[in-house]
Ligand binder design. Structure first.
Ligand code: ADP
Ligand code: MG
Length: 399
């Protein structure tokens, strides 16, 4: 089913290309499609193909060759895959950092080196470090992510075994070294000495270092001056959070947790959390379990039926067509729109929508609804149509 998604999209646009793409192994996830090419030549072809078309698939598309994939997967990097650039919400206070991080991930060692990011807790520093790591790794670079305390513990373990050289080699041979929470270097003299060595070695080879801390290098305590001056020798940049970005994050997280975008809920979370995304996530999770008094009442299957009937009527289709997995683009589109309307107008949960449309996995409804949202953003005419549909549906439902 996943394989068909990307391929059917291509098939729409280009009957010839789909034949070639069929020879790829295709892995489709939340916000990324990975195309694994049988050979290097196929990889080059696919990269060229994607670059030369305006590609509105709605997900990031990555091309790898089969060999490259194995090489990367054999290398332990401690990266958490779910932290990506795609699911990082960008606003005024973190836009610059975000852009710099992408630049560093795509061209490690060539622009901002070292990159030093600082800011308060829960603002997405660790998220961005992993996002850099994941993208750089996908680009074929050798990456290690390590919180500084792990780096320190590991160093001591190697030291005890009398293998400090092996430790130095390990960290000096990467393309991208991502070190988290470097404020904890404070007072760890031997770790600082080893880090300095690693730093010099990486830097001399034009490899990339990214450091994260809860404060500016100048405000770090009990860390040697020579290390501080290295930290400051590239780009030092602060990450923050403003109201507008906070609002976007709340909305994105509500969707992610399968909750309706109810203004009361949004306001409640906004008012009861500070500038801390972890706290926002916590508040949403609590709300999901406990609820606030005015939680929207659960909609019945009867209402979903109505939305489907309404959508079918608009597209001159039969309601039964929308409930089945169809091959026709027109039917697939109408089906996605019906799902979207259930979410937006009725506040039906992803799980319920998926179940109703005959899918086991609730993420399938998320994909479909995201596609509609993407199109609303990109296509003005489509946006007008959706506004029209939503308004009329509400009227008919007397909402
Ligand atoms: P920090 O390392 O700065 O303390 P984290 O990176 O651990 O913060 O972020 C805390 C949580 O908030 C994580 O689950 C992360 O995915 C999420 N988060 C932070 N900033 C954003 C953002 N801008 N968009 C989406 N999620 C975010
Ligand atoms: Mg962190």
């Amino acid at each position: 089913m996943e394989r068909q998604d990307f391929l059917s999209f291509i098939e729409q646009a280009d009957k010839f290309a789909v034949g070639i793409f069929r020879q790829f192994k295709i892995e489709e996830r939340d916000n990324i499609v990975i195309l694994i090419a049988p050979t290097e030549a196929y990889k080059r072809w696919a990269m060229e193909y994607i670059k030369s078309r305006v590609f509105n698939y709605g997900k990031r598309i990555e091309v790898r060759s089969a060999g490259e994939r194995e090489k990367n997967e054999a290398y332990p990097s401690n990266l958490i895959e779910k932290y990506s650039f795609d699911n990082f919400v960008v606003g005024k206070a973190n836009e610059l950092v975000y852009k710099v991080c992408i630049e560093v991930a795509e061209y490690p060692g060539s622009s901002f080196n070292p990159l030093f990011i600082y800011g308060k807790v829960g603002l997405g520093k660790t998220h961005l470090l992993h996002a850099i790591g994941n993208r750089a790794r996908d680009g074929g670079y050798k990456v290690i992510y390590s919180p500084i305390t792990d780096f320190s513990d590991e160093m001591i373990a190697y030291l005890k075994k009398g293998q400090i050289e092996a430790f130095r080699n390990k960290y000096s041979s990467v393309d991208v070294l991502l070190l988290d929470d470097v404020q904890f270097l404070s007072g760890k003299e031997r770790t600082q000495i080893e880090l300095f060595r690693v730093f010099e070695s990486i830097y001399s080879k034009d490899k990339q270092m990214v450091l994260v801390s809860d404060r500016h290098p100048k405000d770090l305590k009990d860390i040697s001056d020579r290390l501080i001056s290295r930290f400051e020798s590239g780009l030092v940049i602060e990450i923050g959070l403003d109201d507008e970005t906070k609002l976007s994050i709340i909305k994105q997280k509500l969707i992610l947790y399968g909750m309706p975008l109810d203004q009361k809920v949004i306001d409640h979370i906004f008012e009861n959390t500070g500038y801390n995304v972890r706290e926002i996530e916590g508040a949403i999770k609590t709300l999901k379990v406990v609820g606030i008094k005015e939680t929207p009442k659960k909609k019945s299957v009867k209402d979903i039926n109505f939305v489907v009937e309404f959508t079918a009527r608009h597209f001159k289709l039969k309601p039964e067509d929308l409930k089945k997995e169809g091959k026709e683009r027109k039917i697939i589109n109408a089906r996605h729109i019906a799902m979207y309307l259930c979410k937006m107008v009725l506040g039906t949960s992803y799980a319920e929508i998926s179940r109703y449309f005959g899918k086991k996995d609730h993420t399938s409804a998320i994909y479909s609804i995201r596609k509609v949202e993407e199109k609303i953003r990109q296509d003005r005419k489509f946006k007008y149509m959706m506004t029209f549909l939503e308004r009329h549906l509400r009227k008919e439902l007397e909402l």
